[in-house]
Design a protein around this ligand. Structure first.
Ligand code: 5GP
Ligand code: SF4
Ligand code: MG
Length: 457
């Protein structure tokens, strides 16, 4: 998911709308904005893309000079407007809106406990659990209510909370999900990624720290700590696949990190070939790096149709068998008669790579050498990235040789874990600040038994 917030600007809703547009790649399932105007809270949310959910008339109704927004990417499949965010509530202190990126790993347990104590839930979202904890807290200020609630929940979050008179921004103690702080025409802005700042013309100030709470109100900005992390663990998948190439996370530009991964991949796994191509869009940077390092020309050998939205009708089995290809097409004149190095950022289930290799051979490629710019994904993610349940992960049960055979590539190699970390600037491998649990099974937080079955999204 993606979150965006702004406090102290009379165009709060409009700016949030543009911010969410820039974060659209982080979630296409639903979008929403909540604003506060005095003691009134306005909100609008719906299923689909930001462009489908909002128009000028709707934005007009979202009055006020503070706003938070959310684009949602569902990781467990319960896709309904009730789970769209921001979630909004009225409680003893007034209004509260919440927007959350990430996944809480013990929300199911807390949800059950609260229900037994009489709480009534409106959604199946882990985020609502936090709202209940905040509303039940007896401490005197909203900041203390939030801190107390966050001391109970575990997992990954970049959280925004908007109340009648302040905006709070919190990042989990491990910093699993990214969030940055910026400034625009005297107003503070927060966003999942810095590309949202560039879009509205805001100036980047810094990343929000793990375990930090930012309090933004009419008096300005304050920072407090609500937790100290045992170890920072930023999600490596943000760099590998999820984030936009023009964003910087922790001072590293995403495109440059991906390009470095491509270069290291070339050093570890060179191959004789005529052309290097990347799977659009997330693998283009790595493909450029691989080409630069090997001297093999980089080419656009695959084209992605960018206009496939939510309402897209899947072709019938018959049309599929006749080879109707809608999302990706090979550029025949580029790959025909060529030995191709195909770069992808990751293999999850393996179905995409298998289809692409077949497509390249149909278009006349004589050899297809698949190079993956991250290590094999062997473990599931519980922190809000959709890398699937463990039994669906092809590398959880198959060796690299078996995967190569399934995919139908001539050769297959992955970037090593060490090289990946090196691309993020890591020198001391025993003490780095990244989560790479989906490659190693070493989760930065406690993992409960049967977690896959007992997750709220
Ligand atoms: P698969 O191997 O499951 O068929 O697909 C892998 C492809 O999906 C890669 O090209 C990669 O860019 C993309 N991908 C990587 N991570 C994710 C993810 O978390 N969710 C989804 N839906 N796709 C991903
Ligand atoms: Fe990211 Fe993998 Fe960690 Fe999930 S398990 S947060 S995808 S690095
Ligand atoms: Mg959630």
């Amino acid at each position: 998911c993606g979150v965006f917030g702004i406090f102290g600007h009379d165009k709060a809703a409009e700016l949030t709308y543009y911010g969410l547009y820039a974060l659209q790649h982080r979630g296409q399932e639903s979008a929403g904005i909540a604003t506060v105007e005095g003691r009134k809270m306005h909100h609008h949310k719906g299923m689909g893309l930001v462009s489908e959910v909002f128009n000028e008339d709707v934005l007009e109704t979202l009055k006020g000079n503070a706003a938070i927004g959310h684009v949602r990417y569902s990781t467990t499949g319960d896709s309904s407007v009730a789970n769209a965010q921001p979630l909004t509530f009225g409680f003893q202190r007034g209004n509260m809106a919440l927007a959350h990126n990430g996944n809480l790993t013990n929300a199911y347990q807390i949800h059950g406990r609260l229900e037994r104590q009489g709480s009534i839930f409106q959604t199946t979202s882990d985020t609502e659990v936090v709202a209940h904890l905040i509303a039940k807290s007896g401490l005197p200020t909203l900041e203390e209510n939030v801190k107390e609630s966050l001391s109970v929940v575990k997992g990954a979050y970049a959280f925004l909370i908007l109340s009648d008179d302040k905006l709070l921004a919190m990042r989990d103690p491990h910093g699993l999900r990214p969030m940055a702080l910026g400034q625009f025409e005297g107003a503070y802005v927060v966003a999942s990624e810095t590309c949202a700042f560039d879009t509205i013309g805001a100036e980047y100030i810094r990343d929000v720290e793990p375990g930090e709470m930012l309090i933004i109100d009419k008096d300005g900005l304050r920072s407090e700590r609500f937790a100290t992390a045992s170890r920072k663990a930023l999600c490596t998948f943000e760099y590998i696949y999820f984030a936009r190439p023009d964003s910087d996370i922790d001072g590293f530009n995403v495109h440059s990190v991906r390009k470095k991964m491509g270069k290291l991949l070339a050093k570890e796994h060179p191959v004789e070939a005529d052309v290097v191509i990347g799977v659009p869009e997330s693998s283009i940077s790595a493909a450029i790096g691989y080409a630069e390092e090997t001297g093999i020309p980089y080419e656009i050998g695959l084209i992605k149709n960018k206009y496939i939205g939510r309402t897209f009708i899947q072709p019938s089995q018959e049309l599929r068998e006749r080879g109707v290809k809608l999302k990706l097409s090979a550029v025949r004149k580029i790959v025909e008669g060529k030995r191709v190095v195909l770069i992808d950022d990751s293999i999850v289930r393996g179905t995409t790579s298998r289809r692409i290799v077949e497509m390249l051979r149909d278009a006349g490629a004589t050899e297809v050498h698949l190079r993956i710019s991250s290590p094999p994904v062997t473990h599931g993610c519980y922190y809000g990235i959709d890398t699937s349940a463990r039994e669906e992960l092809i590398a959880a049960t198959k060796s690299v040789g078996e995967i190569r055979e399934y995919i139908g590539a001539d050769t297959l190699s992955y970037l090593s874990e060490e090289a990946m970390l090196r691309a993020f600037g890591v020198e001391d491998f025993s003490n780095h600040k990244y989560c790479n649990a989906c490659f190693t099974g070493q989760y930065p937080t406690e993992i409960y038994e049967d977690l896959e079955k007992h997750m709220l999204e």
